[in-house]
Write a protein that binds this ligand. Structure first.
Ligand SMILES: Cc1cc2nc3c(=O)[nH]c(=O)nc-3n(C[C@H](O)[C@H](O)[C@H](O)COP(=O)(O)O)c2cc1C
Length: 167
């Protein structure tokens, strides 16, 4: 089974999460394609699609948003899961953080099967007026491969044909 993983990332943290998601799917026996959302021309030929986006001021990365809008028709007919990243603290592993309003609206539009918020990353040398100020207090990496693996394992169980479950 093949899964497309597309991401919108400004500073690389969400791209790294997409790679963790890809590794976790490979461990579950899936074939994966990983690509920046803006480079995706087609979502056809995959049994499932994962779209991840960085959160900035409670808004999902524009590339991720545009991908979902562009392919909404196809995504409605294909199991699709979204992820967001991410809080610069432990909150994402301490409890389930619901999607922001814009992401919830996209989920409703395509009938997405699920969503998770993963912890984020901000490097101490982050560029940009606001980001560099934030980095003075909130630099760190809260992306958790175990959190990713647990989420992917749940999806893998949903995607496997019933005969294969428990095999
Ligand atoms: C200016 C700024 C605003 C942010 N706003 C949010 C936010 O609203 N919600 C959130 O969970 N994280 C927020 N973050 C944290 C980022 O989502 C986190 O750094 C994420 O890993 C960035 O992903 P990227 O490296 O792929 O761009 C913000 C970070 C910056 C620098």
């Amino acid at each position: 089974m093949s899964v497309l993983i597309a991401y919108g990332s400004k500073r690389g943290g969400t791209a790294g999460l997409a790679d963790m998601v890809a590794d976790a799917f490979r461990q579950e026996g899936f074939t994966v394609d990983v690509a920046p959302a803006r480079a995706v021309r087609s979502v056809a030929g995959h049994e499932a699609v994962i779209v991840g986006g960085a959160l900035y001021a409670s808004r999902w990365h524009r590339d991720a948003k545009r991908l979902v809008r562009r392919h909404a028709g196809e995504l409605r007919g294909c199991p699709t899961y979204l992820f967001s990243s991410g809080p610069l603290d432990e909150s994402a592993v301490q409890g389930m953080i619901p999607p922001v309003k814009g992401v919830q609206a996209l989920m409703d539009e395509i009938g997405a099967r699920g969503h998770v918020t993963f912890g984020g990353r901000l490097t101490p040398d982050a560029k940009g007026f606001v980001a560099s100020k934030m980095a003075k207090q909130h630099a760190g990496d809260w992306r958790d491969p175990e959190h990713v693996r647990t989420w992917v394992a749940g999806i893998a169980t949903e995607l496997r044909p019933p005969m294969a479950k428990g095999a």
